[in-house]
Design a binder for this molecule. Sequence first.
Ligand code: 5GP
Length: 206
Amino acid sequence: MFKKGALLVLSGPSGAGKSTLIKTVLSHFEDVYFSISTTTRPKRVGEVEGRDYYFVTKEEFEKDIEAGMFLEWANVHGNYYGTSLRPVLEALDEGKLVLFDIDVQGFYSIKKSALASLMTSVFVTTPTMQELRKRLEARGTDSELVIQERLKNALVEMAHMKEYDYIIINEELEKAKEQILHLAHTARLKRHKDEIEAFIKYWQSH
Ligand code: 5GP
């Protein structure tokens, strides 16, 4: 059966402001659900289990892959990250807009999945690479080595920007917030292809 909700996928370099924009959407809409990912990376200072991520061991993650628990999963910066399928389907059934903070590999997986027609995708980035480095340093949660790893990964991710429906260049936070709220409104209007086909049948017979 087709799903009533929709998907809003945010990707882009770590430090570009995806989490802040997701929080903005969560605080402005009622029927939204943030897909909490599972990861094997160490918890950062201030992160909360079950709010930011589900933190698991590599062994636990690999068991879940085997069991087919993930809608998508990927290895990012040497750690596993994945989206559990069941909560996403439940939220969609409840007609919610499901928000994702996932990397480009995860975006491509959803694009190939049965949920593709429900997805609106947004790539969030900084105006320059220098600005990204500045923000990562200011965050103060990552070592220089980790920052370098993230900048290297950002270069790879930027090459996929053009595959996304929309781009947000997060220069002024207030403007970026306004843009994500517009996109969240629009994303809700997406319809699953099965629903469209059912509508055409209905339309023809009335
Ligand atoms: P961070 O370690 O900064 O929280 O996240 C690193 C990268 O992993 C980000 O680009 C983020 O979008 C991505 N990521 C987080 N959760 C998932 C997930 O469930 N699946 C995929 N494919 N990427 C994820």
